[in-house]
Design a protein around this ligand. Structure first.
Ligand SMILES: Cc1cc2nc3c(=O)[nH]c(=O)nc-3n(C[C@H](O)[C@H](O)[C@H](O)COP(=O)(O)O)c2cc1C
Length: 178
C-alpha cells in the first residue's frame, strides 16, 4: 500500500501537536503510543530518566491503524537524556516487523537526537528514510511549521507532485534550526 501513517508518543503534548499538524495538512492517519502507567510529577520524570539510562521498555499499548498496512510510518517521539523516549522504544521493538520504511521526527529542548536515530535503525534493521528534529520552541511558536510541512512533502512519491521526492533508500536529515 502506497500510504503514510504517523505514530506519535508524546509526554507533554509537543510531539502530539506536531503530529496532528502533519496529519491534518497531508490527510494522513495518526496512531498513538499510550503508556499503561502514565507518568506524572517528579516520580514520572524520574521514570523517564531511568528508562533512558537503562534503555528500558515500559509497558505501552498502541491505538491506531495497523502499521503493517502502510508503506511508510513516521515516528514522532521526544528525546529523553540524549536517547529515544522509552515508550517509543517499546513500540518500535514490538512492531519492528511491520515497520518497512520509517521516517523519524524528534522533538527536544535543544539537541541529542543522533543516539535515537541509531537506536531505531538498529531495532528495525535499516536506516530511516528521513529524519527531522524540532525544538519544543519551534513547535510552540510555529517557527518550525514550514520546515515540518517540507518534511512531509519529502515523503510523498514523485507522482504526488513533491518538490523533493520520495527517498526509499538512504537518509536525509532535516535538523532543528537552533
Ligand atoms: C526526562 C526528560 C529528559 C529530556 N532530555 C532531553 C535531552 O536530552 N535533550 C533535549 O534536547 N531535550 C530533552 N528533554 C526535553 C524534551 O525532549 C522536549 O521537551 C520534547 O519536546 C517533549 O516532547 P513531548 O511534549 O511530545 O513529550 C527531556 C525531557 C524529559 C522529560
Amino acid at each position: 500500500m502506497d500510504t503514510i501513517l504517523v505514530v506519535c508518543y508524546s509526554l507533554t503534548g509537543t510531539g502530539r501537536r506536531l503530529a496532528q499538524l502533519l496529519c491534518s495538512h497531508h490527510g494522513w492517519p495518526l496512531g498513538e503510543v499510550v503508556e499503561q502507567h502514565p507518568r506524572a510529577g517528579a516520580t514520572g520524570t524520574l521514570r523517564c530518566v531511568l528508562d533512558s539510562l537503562r534503555r528500558r521498555h515500559p509497558a505501552v499499548r498502541y491505538e491506531g491503524p495497523d502499521p503493517a498496512d502502510f508503506r511508510t510510518v513516521v515516528l514522532v517521539s521526544p528525546i529523553w537524556l540524549y536517547r529515544l523516549a522509552g515508550p517509543m522504544r517499546s513500540f518500535v521493538a514490538a512492531r519492528r516487523d511491520a515497520l518497512r520504511h520509517v521516517a523519524l521526527v524528534f522533538t527536544m529542548g535543544s539537541g541529542g537526537a543522533s543516539n535515537a536515530v541509531a537506536e531505531v535503525a538498529q531495532l528495525v534493521g535499516r536506516a530511516p528514510i528521513l529524519v527531522g528534529t524540532f525544538t519544543s520552541r519551534e513547535v510552540e511558536t510555529g517557527i518550525g511549521t514550514s520546515r515540518l510541512l517540507a518534511f512531509g512533502n519529502a515523503l510523498l512519491p514523485p507522482s504526488a507532485g513533491s518538490a523533493v521526492g520520495f527517498r526509499p533508500a538512504g537518509s536525509l536529515e532535516i535538523s532543528a534550526s537552533s
